[in-house]
Design a protein around this ligand. Structure first.
Ligand SMILES: NC(=O)c1ccc[n+]([C@@H]2O[C@H](COP(=O)([O-])OP(=O)(O)OC[C@H]3O[C@@H](n4cnc5c(N)ncnc54)[C@H](O)[C@@H]3O)[C@@H](O)[C@H]2O)c1
Length: 308
């Protein structure tokens, strides 16, 4: 850029405030005594996050739409001597989220960490998926993160040491055929998370923000997945459970908590996530051809026509 023009451009408010990184505390985050909220805690990664947080001495507020799953998670925590409170909450219920946040704050006097983990998978291409299926995935995976974050943000700021952890996906790093609705929701989570982190920095709010990108974790996600017309739900679930899922939810939770402790902006889980993240950055949009071929190899019912 021409030096004279450059000099005439006013420094952005972000830059004028000096080193942004200095605004985030460099000391490791702690869990003992913290009030933590985990959505989707009735199963999988959410349950593992809740039990591991309780082991670390945090008070854990767990929520889910699955009340039986929630009760099992609460029993596990209590049996291990941990502190837990359990509440049925659908993350798409924006008013319910506000009431829940008010209640927790009134009960504990502070809320420090919010784990936006609840999510659903939808398998199938856009052409054969119903609008209702596409909207549901976006409402839960993205809308849920917005609802809970908006409801808790004032309390996280007030805590003086807040942290928001949003669970995106490997499919928030790259798109893949057969994952258009799910991937869109997880890219949305990533965009929100990375922008929110900068907003907290710019405003000087004491709130860390972390985006989590897991690859294949052994949970019920594929068994709970909706599928597009013509897809075989049982085959999709079997493929995931038998061939793709490799990492235990406990291991995934430990990796997430390590990232939270280190106040990381991004946490990747699984070698696939690391490898594909690098590949996408190296190849740019050209990664899509390879991803389509990979999708055709691993996903039932998907074929790749030559020459496209
Ligand atoms: N398992 C994986 O390989 C994987 C990979 C990438 C990302 N993720 C993400 O991890 C998160 C956790 O998924 P998981 O693998 O543990 O799946 P899971 O199906 O075992 O658990 C998801 C939980 O979310 C709950 N939930 C669904 N809709 C809800 C709603 N409207 N309100 C509240 N709770 C709701 C479910 O009842 C369930 O208990 C999800 O956001 C998922 O997209 C998982």
């Amino acid at each position: 850029m021409n030096r004279r023009v450059h000099a005439a451009v006013p420094a952005s408010p972000l830059l004028r405030r000096g080193s942004l990184n200095r605004r985030f505390s460099a000391s490791p985050a702690t869990f003992a005594g913290k009030v933590t909220v985990v959505t989707g805690a009735g199963s999988g990664i959410g349950r593992a996050l809740a039990t591991n947080l309780a082991k670390e001495g945090a008070t854990v507020a767990i929520t889910d739409v699955d009340e039986a799953g929630l009760a099992e998670t609460a029993d596990l925590i209590r049996a291990a001597g941990g502190s837990v409170t359990s509440h049925r909450l659908d993350v798409t219920d924006d008013l319910g989220a506000v009431t829940y946040a008010e209640e927790l704050h009134a009960r504990f006097g502070a809320v420090h960490q919010l784990y936006n983990n609840a999510g659903v998978e939808h398998h199938g291409d856009l052409e054969h998926s119903d609008l209702s299926q596409i909207r549901r995935v976006m409402d839960i995976n993205y809308g849920g993160v917005v609802n809970l974050t908006k409801a808790f943000l004032p309390y996280l700021i007030e805590s003086g040491d807040g942290h928001i952890i949003n669970v995106s996906s490997l499919f928030g790093l790259l798109g893949m055929a057969g994952q258009s609705a799910y991937s869109a929701s997880k890219f949305a989570v990533r965009g929100l998370t990375e922008s929110l982190r900068q907003e907290m920095l710019a405003a000087g709010h004491p709130v860390q923000v972390t985006c989590v990108h897991p690859s294949s974790v052994k949970t019920a996600i594929a068994r709970n997945s909706s599928v597009a017309a013509g897809e075989d739900a049982a085959a999709v679930a079997a493929l995931y459970d038998d061939k793709l899922a490799r990492i235990s939810s406990d291991r995934a939770a430990q990796i997430i908590l390590r990232g939270v402790r280190r106040r990381r902006p991004r946490v990747l889980i699984g070698t696939d996530a690391y490898a594909l993240d690098i590949l996408v950055r190296l190849l740019g949009p050209a990664y899509q051809r390879g991803a389509a071929a990979l999708a055709a190899r691993v996903q039932p019912g998907l074929t790749l026509k030559d020459g496209r």
